[in-house]
Design a protein around this ligand. Structure first.
Ligand SMILES: NC(=O)c1ccc[n+]([C@@H]2O[C@H](COP(=O)([O-])OP(=O)(O)OC[C@H]3O[C@@H](n4cnc5c(N)ncnc54)[C@H](OP(=O)(O)O)[C@@H]3O)[C@@H](O)[C@H]2O)c1
Ligand SMILES: *[C@@H]1O[C@H](CO)[C@@H](O)[C@H](O)[C@H]1NC(C)=O
Ligand SMILES: *[C@@H]1O[C@H](CO)[C@@H](O)[C@H](O)[C@H]1NC(C)=O
Length: 338
């Protein structure tokens, strides 16, 4: 049977990168977005334009993905689902209505629609290492993709901040999904992917002024290379966005007897950011475009799933991710050393 992949979150860092790889691999894709504006951003992006994908790319506009049946018609004939379209903890978001509730409702709506769609064979959901680590990770306790944290019951009436809501939502989401599998016994199999912080070139960013307006995880690296200090510590574990995209597609194509969940998070030392930039772009450093700054780390003890066999290559290094982000920053500035 032909492969047709529904990908959510294609207007985001991770989902867009998966979309490009899926199209390069020759698959048909249904990409979901919330607005016509985002549809245009995707269709007109140079990375999509140069592929001349024709009818292999369908973009489904679903303004509210939290409502029951939202995905019913988009799922027609779909064999695989990759769900990356979920809120990230933007500091200005209202924790319950903009982070916690939609996280849980979108995946529930998606799974309910998938249950009604006989063609669906496999579902991959993007979670996060915070699902396994919880609110207060201990650096001395080893955690992996199989570690489970019980959800808070009852759900708190309010959350301290968007990050707390995000972590508790990811925990509740996987709990709900595991209960759904047990009670509904769906005809498809399901895997979770738990990435650490995602860094690397973001093909969605095509304008000079967009680097800081994107609420993207790449922005966490910027104080380390342009000076200043990130005002909060971030988990000391990462994955390159290119690897994460290939892993999503590889896991989607696995058969259902394969291990279920995959944690991909390599330990990282953020104090090396500027050293990598200095090595790759010495002229830009001399010219004062880059300056050493600080990205405080929240140490974690996370055992990544071995991915070499699936990828057929080593995972990309933190240095490669930093150089990709710094290089894109220079491009966006229109800076060149000549
Ligand atoms: N980036 C990281 O460091 C990181 C680390 C671990 C896990 N993850 C997970 O990876 C997934 C993708 O993250 P990302 O980094 O690609 O984030 P992103 O760049 O902010 O993209 C998020 C995507 O989800 C969509 N989305 C957000 N809230 C939504 C809502 N309420 N209803 C419908 N769609 C919504 C966005 O659509 P709009 O464009 O319409 O807003 C966008 O397409 C998330 O599940 C995230 O938790 C990311
Ligand atoms: C990670 O956890 C394991 C098991 O609890 C422990 O043996 C190891 O020392 C920890 N690593 C660090 C860096 O603390
Ligand atoms: C980033 O988040 C802020 C606050 O919610 C929002 O106003 C802004 O539009 C977001 N930027 C992008 C590019 O999505």
């Amino acid at each position: 049977m032909a492969i047709k992949i529904l990908i959510t979150g294609t207007s985001g860092l991770v989902g867009f990168r998966i979309l490009v790889s899926a199209l390069v691999d020759g698959h048909s894709v249904v990409a979901t977005v919330r607005s016509r504006e985002k549809e245009g951003l995707i269709r007109n992006n140079p990375a999509i334009q140069k592929l001349s994908v024709g009818a292999r790319l369908i973009i489904a506009v679903i303004p509210d993905m939290t409502i029951d049946g939202a995905f019913d018609s988009a799922l027609e004939g779909v064999s695989h689902i990759i769900h990356t379209g979920s809120p990230v903890p933007v500091p200005t978001f209202e924790p319950r209505s903009q982070v916690y509730e939609p996280t849980i409702r979108i995946s529930s709506s998606l799974l309910t629609s998938a249950l009604k769609t006989p063609t669906v064979r496999r579902v991959v959901i993007t979670s996060s290492i915070v699902t396994n680590l919880g609110l207060n990770p201990s650096p001395t306790v080893a955690v992996s993709s199989s570690t489970r944290i019980p959800p808070l019951d009852p759900v708190p009436a309010s959350f301290a901040n968007p990050m707390e809501a995000y972590i508790l939502a990811k925990i509740a989401e996987i709990h709900n999904t595991e209960r759904f599998i047990k009670t509904q016994k769906p005809h498809f199999s399901l895997s979770y992917i738990m990435p650490g912080h995602v860094f690397g070139r973001n093909e969605l960013i095509t304008k000079a002024d967009m680097m800081f307006g994107q609420n993207s995880s790449n922005n966490f690296l910027m104080p380390g290379m342009i000076g200043g200090e990130l005002p909060f510590p971030i988990h000391g574990a990462f994955v390159h966005v290119d690897d994460l995209a290939d892993i999503h597609l590889g896991v989607a194509m696995m058969d259902s007897s394969s291990p279920r969940d995959f944690g991909i998070a390599c330990t990282v030392d953020y104090s090396t950011i500027f050293d990598h930039v200095e090595k790759a772009f010495p002229e830009a450093v001399s010219a004062g475009v880059f300056k050493r700054g600080t990205v405080p780390v929240l140490p974690v003890n996370y055992s990544s799933t071995e991915m070499g066999e699936l990828l057929g290559r080593e995972l990309k290094s933190f240095e490669e991710a930093v150089v990709d982000v710094a290089g894109q920053y220079l491009e966006n500035l229109g800076w060149n050393s000549a």
